[in-house]
Design a protein around this ligand. Structure first.
Ligand code: GZL
Length: 329
């Protein structure tokens, strides 16, 4: 009987409402009944930084504002936990899955399972490195390579009249993550043609304040006053490095230039209050409303661009005090 009905459905064409085979309609985005509440499964990276805290807060508040039922998980920066959470959302038959991939690789198997279950996937914040980009609907977030270029260009301008060598100690983000890979690559793109710049040390502090402090303490032991620049992939590691430098009697922001990313309130306070950071390259965590709008569009069957870019800028120390009161995270 089921085969006859299935054959009849095929004969009526894909758009036919095949009674009894709800999977043909209910699991296909676009056929969503307007009044049915959308359920979104969100697999967050963790709670490693002020940026992440702000990102999580707005995902949750934007879901509530959009009347989207949110299932939320914190992977504590472990890919296996994010994969487990995505599998759990598939089993729960959520309408849409969204996540911020902790690292760029290793996602194809679980994303194929989501596709087989006809659950659309949206990437936010960080991108993934896959050949088959049909595994996700869209990626909402920053251009980290451009952010790295902006940090590099600020350095090139700051030292345009200097002879060199300018020794850079780099605090990298989570190994294998898109922001760490690209903020490094963007810097290299800019400084590779200028021999006065030398990266004398580069190590991951995993985007945390404790990690940044620990790595900077080791850099100070090895290189001491030879360090001219600290290039930190986020504010939390920069603030940890600032603590380490001050405990070693150094003067961050003065005898050591500090370049950072995120433009969180902590970064602005370091620039404004004690001039301990020289420049902060903005990376907005405020992606919640864009994500909820994309979720609703996917469920309504509307086409979405493959890439939704967030607009950002660069904040030098000179504008920090007047800008700090306007900052939202
Ligand atoms: C960037 C984001 C990074 C931030 C860090 O979009 O993924 O992760 O720069 C955060 O602060 O931990």
């Amino acid at each position: 009987m089921a085969n006859t009905r299935r054959a009849a459905c095929r004969a009526l064409g894909a758009l036919a409402m095949c009674a009894g085979f709800g999977a043909l309609t209910l699991a296909t985005p676009g056929a969503h009944a307007e009044d049915k509440q959308i359920t979104l499964g969100f697999a967050q990276v963790g709670a490693e930084s002020a940026w992440r805290t702000a990102n999580t807060e707005l995902v949750k508040s934007a879901a509530a504002d959009a009347k989207i039922k949110l299932k939320f998980s914190d992977a504590q920066q472990k890919q296996e936990n994010q994969i487990k959470a995505i599998r759990s959302y598939i089993a729960q038959k959520v309408d849409v899955i969204a996540f911020s991939p902790v690292v760029e690789s290793g996602w194809e198997p679980v994303l194929r399972e989501a596709r087989a279950a006809k659950i659309p996937v949206i990437l936010t914040d960080r991108n993934i490195d896959v050949k088959d980009t049909s595994l996700y609907v869209t990626m909402i977030g920053s251009d980290f390579l451009e952010e790295g270029r902006r940090g590099g260009k600020w350095l090139a301008d700051h030292y345009k009249d200097a002879q060199g060598p300018i020794n850079i100690a780099e605090l990298q983000g989570t190994v294998g993550s898109a922001p760490a890979n690209d903020r490094h690559a963007g810097l290299i793109e800019v400084i590779k043609s200028d021999p006065k710049f030398k990266i004398i040390a580069s190590q991951s502090g995993d985007f945390t304040l404790a990690g940044g402090k620990q790595v900077m303490e080791a850099f100070i032991k090895s290189y001491g006053n030879k360090i001219n620049v600290v290039y930190a992939h986020n504010d939390d590691m920069a603030l940890g490095a600032i603590q380490a430098m001050e405990e070693a009697g150094m003067h961050p922001g003065k005898d050591v230039v500090v370049v950072s990313f995120d433009a969180t309130k902590g970064g602005f306070q370091a620039m404004a209050a004690g001039s301990k950071m020289n420049v902060d390259v903005e990376c907005s965590p405020l992606l919640g409303p864009q994500l909820m709008s994309a979720v609703k569009d996917v469920m309504a069957g509307k086409p979405l661009p493959k890439r939704i870019l967030t607009e950002e800028t660069v904040f030098p120390m000179s504008v920090a005090a007047q800008t700090l009161p306007t900052r939202k995270y």
